[in-house]
Design a protein around this ligand. Structure first.
Ligand SMILES: Nc1nc2c(c(=O)[nH]1)N[C@H]1C(S)=C(S)[C@@H](COP(=O)(O)OP(=O)(O)OC[C@H]3O[C@@H](n4cnc5c(=O)[nH]c(N)nc54)[C@H](O)[C@@H]3O)O[C@H]1N2
Ligand SMILES: Nc1nc2c(c(=O)[nH]1)N[C@H]1C(S)=C(S)[C@@H](COP(=O)(O)OP(=O)(O)OC[C@H]3O[C@@H](n4cnc5c(=O)[nH]c(N)nc54)[C@H](O)[C@@H]3O)O[C@H]1N2
Ligand SMILES: [Mo]
Length: 766
């Protein structure tokens, strides 16, 4: 195979950083060219073309780069620059040779960057690190399964084992994985969603009875107003820009609410249109609100207040009375509460002017169909759940739920994070699901809630976790408080990582560890009954098949399904109530069980084979039926928190650069923000820099401050003057994670509050 892994690591030194002006547009020709070149160079033209033309197509595979929905009318190239990077990264022909493990000790690998680790190529053989040794070495699949089963059997309690899932895992795998954990007897099923849209699930669950988006793909084209909050689609959901452009063509207005100016929200050059190639592209945001961190709940409340005042001025004409009377509860209490909202507090908490808020209120009042979309800028705050309940309050007042062109649209991150939850990956699945499992398999699964991500780190640190297993992901780098997390991981007896590529979660191990290499989305999965398809659920509850298209990079790889089955059979043999071996032969059998356990999956196998798959039922979206305790949507009263910023401190968020997928780093550039050759940047408003006496470009240490008094610090970052809102700074994740205290989490959802950390900058001299 032609390509070689890099021998040199890339040295990320803030002093090498080149800083140019941020761009005011996203995508377009450079985007697509950037996306094609590395793929073709590394994989060879044929493999690259097969993959890029099969991506997100019927009969093809689902792109793993985000959970954006597929339109019914797909284009030949239904992918974006970052999707192409994700595919290239996975489908690379570079593999890690057996000699690598003897040549590289764990201690030496720990000094390498995530970039270098990922660039070593695909993991292709199971490896094992015995206690007391500093090297992994090859182990057979059977020995690995037996060893894992032995350690699990030896536990004093099944709750000493924890089973993590990252959101790339397909529905079928997720279903049998949670079944294995629960058959063993634990609900310890943390997942990346705990760090992602958990706040969304909590808030929407309370308000409308279901934690998922209330819109379908076509609603974007029917909306009058789309408010995009706390989200950077130009980098993280690039295909969403096409939907926004189409909405604009149909007359919609777009408002961006963000702590930063993001290129992709300003202007879009569509690579599939002539206008995008040669023209200026489409201006996207009609109004851009540069909000103070964590201020979004206050903004929503201020808008609700204006809606209620408009109703007072012209009774019966502003609120959607028919909807409120028939479907909602709590309007009066909320009305009372919002009426007394302190406008000065609103201005302080949002950093916006009254005129800006009035303008958005006016837009809202004059739009019949409004969609509000959001992502991590809203969910990763201490007050996230209340912020999202205020989003819902605003939508409910004018009936913007369950009608065409309107609704709440959380945009999910990992490509199947939503589906994993539907399949039971959650430490607190409801009784209805657990009893359905019992009935279907003739077992009794535990009822006590298990650990989420933050609780599982706490359990590891306290020595309560003996076996840690991860179906994908890189939790040690993804979770907050990196050093605390590393300490926890080093306490675990056996660490089992099911992975495609090497990352730091394989290295922060002390006792025993095993890496099990698996097929990726792009690769053909051959089992006894023939080539297998899997299924995924996107952000708008659409279920469709995904099927690998190229030969696996090695014939030693197993599918994720085979890995779960291998461990389950080593634990329980073939005589128990569950036919594990049958699951592996033919994934249709897994789907038959899903059909019996999970509502909405009737006739699963047949419908999955239909052209576009199918959409899961959703009461609020389909018929304005709300599966809450009262059967009504809840308008709620929320006392919002004001995110304090002590003098000479900044509110820090950690977010994604353009050249990364979560903890996977593709390169050191962040093209749209004008940053090249280093990721060690902290973006600061020019007025804050002046006030702090720090020069643009100065090298600083960043310390976070939290009530536990621990000094959390990252060293030698370059302070760069940038259009962020006053007092609000930004850095990248995972580099910023050591600054986020483990205990700083969203109330109600326990999501690390990685978008609202109080920090101080200390200039580095010399
Ligand atoms: N290429 C690529 N695609 C991805 C990913 C990736 O890493 N790379 N990750 C995937 C995953 S798992 C996820 S969850 C999504 C994440 O998608 P995003 O949520 O877009 O990801 P972030 O980079 O965290 O961006 C957060 C945005 O919120 C803004 N923000 C921060 N704080 C606030 C605030 O208080 N209020 C407001 N209004 N805005 C705020 C930030 O400036 C930034 O624009 O993307 C998915 N897609
Ligand atoms: N400070 C800060 N922290 C954050 C965030 C933030 O915005 N700021 N965002 C949070 C969010 S939204 C999320 S979702 C989490 C992400 O947390 P995770 O999902 O745990 O992390 P990833 O980086 O997506 O995982 C990458 C690894 O997954 C493995 N992998 C890739 N493809 C496959 C596959 O097909 N199968 C298997 N088995 N393994 C595979 C590879 O080994 C790769 O190294 O991070 C969270 N952490
Ligand atoms: Mo995410």
């Amino acid at each position: 195979m032609a390509a070689k892994a890099p021998i040199q690591d890339i040295d990320d030194d803030a002093r090498d950083m080149e800083v140019g002006p941020p761009k005011d547009w996203a995508a377009g020709v450079p985007g697509v060219l950037h996306s094609m070149v590395p793929g073709i160079r590394e994989m060879g033209a044929r493999r690259a073309l097969t993959l890029l033309t099969d991506m997100n197509q019927k009969d093809g595979f689902d792109c793993m780069s985000c959970a954006w929905a597929d339109p019914d009318h797909r284009k030949t190239f239904e992918f974006c620059e970052n999707g192409a990077k994700a595919v290239t990264w996975e489908a690379t022909p570079v593999t890690i040779p057996t000699a690598f493990w003897a040549q590289n000790s764990l201690s030496s690998l720990l000094s390498k960057s995530e970039y270098w680790l990922g660039m070593q190529g695909r993991l292709i053989e199971p490896v094992y690190k015995p206690q007391g040794e500093d090297h992994y070495r090859p182990i057979s699949w059977d020995d690995a399964f037996t060893l894992i089963a032995d350690r699990l059997r030896a536990l004093d309690s099944p709750d000493e084992a924890t089973f993590y899932t990252s959101g790339r895992t397909a529905n079928e795998t997720a279903f049998i994985y949670q079944l294995m954990a629960r058959t063993l007897g634990t609900n310890n099923l943390p997942d990346c969603s705990n760090m992602c849209h958990e706040s969304t699930g909590t808030a929407l669950g309370e308000v409308i009875g279901i934690g998922k988006s209330t819109i379908s793909y076509d609603d974007f084209g029917k909306a009058d107003l789309i408010i995009v909050m706390g989200q950077n689609p130009g980098t993280n959901h690039p295909r969403m820009l096409t939907a926004l452009e189409e909405a604009k063509d149909n007359g919609a207005k777009i408002v961006a609410v963000n702590t930063l100016h993001e290129a992709g929200l300003t202007r879009y050059k569509n690579p599939q249109r002539v206008r995008g190639i040669i023209g200026r592209g489409t201006g996207l945001a009609d109004q851009y609100l540069l909000i103070r961190a964590g201020g979004d709940g206050w903004l929503m409340k201020a808008l609700s207040k204006r809606v209620l005042e408009a109703e007072d001025a012209a009774p019966g004409t502003v609120l959607d009375h028919a909807f409120l009377d028939e479907h909602c509860q709590g309007l009066e209490e909320s009305h009372e509460h919002v009426r007394s909202l302190d406008e000065d507090m609103v201005l302080r908490a949002t950093g916006l002017s009254r005129a800006e808020i009035d303008e958005l209120a006016d837009r809202y009042l004059h739009s019949e169909r409004v969609i509000i979309t959001w992502a991590m800028g809203l969910t990763q705050h201490r007050d996230a759940v209340r912020i999202l309940k205020e989003v819902m309050n605003l939508l409910l007042l004018r009936g913007n739920i369950g009608k065409p062109g309107a609704g709440a649209s959380p945009i999910r991150g990992h490509s199947n994070v939503q589906g994993d939850r539907t399949m039971g990956i959650w430490e607190q699945m409801p009784e209805s699901f657990l009893s359905a499992l019992d009935r279907e398999f003739g077992i009794t699964v535990p009822r006590e809630h298990g650990y989420d991500v933050v609780k599982s780190v706490q359990a590891m640190r306290e020595g309560r976790t003996k076996v840690w297993m991860a179906m994908g992901g890189n939790m040690v780098s993804a979770v907050s408080d990196t050093h605390a997390a590393e300490e926890g991981f080093r306490n675990v007896g056996l660490n089992v990582q099911v992975s495609t590529k090497l990352n730091r979660s394989h290295l922060t191990v002390v006792d025993e560890a095993i890496i099990l290499p698996v097929l990726g989305r792009t690769e053909i999965d051959r089992q006894a009954a023939g080539e297998q398809s899997l299924s995924v659920e996107d952000s708008v509850c659409a279920i469709h098949a995904t099927r690998g298209k190229v030969d696996p990079v090695s014939d030693q790889l197993k599918s994720e399904v085979s890995v779960v089955v291998g461990i389950a059979r080593a634990l329980w043999g073939d005589d128990g109530p569950i036919d594990w071996a049958g699951f592996e032969k033919d994934y249709d059998r897994i789907r038959d069980h899903i059909e019996h356990v999970v509502p909405g999956f009737d006739d699963f196998n047949a419908r999955l084979r239909e052209e576009h798959g199918f959409i899961l039922p959703h009461g609020p979206r389909d018929s304005r039926t709300f599966p809450t305790a009262t059967g009504r949507a809840m308008i709620t009263v929320n006392e919002l928190e004001y995110l304090e910023r002590p003098p000479c401190r900044l509110l820090l968020q950690s977010m994604r650069a353009h050249d990364q997928f979560n903890t996977t780093i593709y390169g050191l550039d962040d093209r749209y923000r004008g940053i090249r050759k280093s990721r060690r940047v902290i973006f600061v408003n020019p007025d804050d820099l002046r006030e702090l006496g720090i020069a643009d470009g100065q090298i600083v240490d960043v310390h976070s401050e939290y009530e536990d008094g621990v000094d959390r610090v990252v060293h030698e970052f370059k302070a760069v003057s940038y259009p962020t809102s006053r007092g609000c700074a930004a850095t990248y994740f995972p580099e910023g994670n050591p600054l986020v205290p483990l205990g700083l989490t969203a109330l109600g959802s326990n999501t690390p509050a990685s978008k609202g950390v109080v920090v101080r900058l200390e200039p580095v001299t010399g």
